[in-house]
Structure formats: C-alpha cells, structure tokens
Design a protein around this ligand. Structure first.
Ligand SMILES: [Zn+2]
Length: 145
C-alpha cells in the first residue's frame, strides 16, 4: 500500500489504440510525496485499489480508465481501455519502456503530457506500483491544465 500525501496529479496523453488505431486518452498518477519513500516524484501504475473520490474524479474526466482483468498480469487493475474496441492499453507499454508515454526519454517527450491536480483533503492509500526516474521531469515540463 502506498501512502500518498497531497498533491496528487493525473497525467495524461492522447495515443492511438494499438489494435484499432482509434485516438484514445491514457492516464497515470503522479505523486511527489509518497510516505516512507525516497524524496522523489513517483509515477503510479498497476493500480489495484484507489479511494472512491479519486476514482470518481479520474473517471469523470476519463471514463475509459476501468477496473479490468488483464491476461498479461493475470489479475485486475485500473487500466486504460480503448473507447471503441475496449482493448486494454497495458501499463507495461505505457510505463516500462523508454520512450513510452509515461516514460519520457527527454524534456520534449515530457512536454507532450498534461498534468491535472486531483483535489485531495488528506493523505490517501493506493495499492499499486511506484516507478521512479522520470516523475520529476514530467512534473516540471508537463502541461498544466
Ligand atoms: Zn481500439
């Protein structure tokens, strides 16, 4: 469980569905203050549990961010899905390969992401994975909306 203090950000980008090529939005979370972690900005992926208020906020902006079963990970997580063909755009392909949407290779890539703060009154807990390395660059160069 990750304990996250405000602020918490939603980061997003438009991509093309790998299966049907429909333009779709993919999102992830960005957390500058994760408790008991190093002083780093983390990108959160593979989300299995999230407070309802945060989920409602995200889904009000991106209704295709859904709790779905993934054959790849053999379990359910909040995944980005295609609005047309419903396929999952897996977190692995969004986070784990250099140059992937949430793994920007440089500032120019980071500038293609938008950042939106998720309103939070208090610290929250999220079950998911925290990735480090590029969060700071995203926070600095992403487009605030
Ligand atoms: Zn599709």
């Amino acid at each position: 469980m990750l304990k996250i203090k405000p602020p918490l950000y939603m980061i997003g980008k438009k991509v093309y569905c790998w299966r049907c090529e429909t333009k779709m939005t993919v999102i992830a979370l960005l957390a500058p203050q994760v408790e008991n972690a190093y002083d780093e900005v983390y990108t959160i992926s593979g989300i299995k549990k999230i407070p309802d208020n945060v989920r409602f906020f995200i889904q009000s902006k991106v209704p295709t961010f859904l709790f779905r079963y993934s054959k790849t990970v053999e379990g359910k997580y909040f995944a980005n899905t295609c609005p047309r063909c419903k396929v999952i755009y897996g977190d692995f392909f969004l986070h784990d390969e250099p140059g992937a949407p949430f793994f920007p290779a440089n500032e120019e890539d980071a500038k293609l992401l938008y950042i939106k703060e998720i309103p939070l009154d208090e610290p929250i807990e999220i079950e998911g994975g925290a990735g480090s390395g590029t969060g700071e660059m995203i926070l600095k160069h992403g487009i605030r909306v």
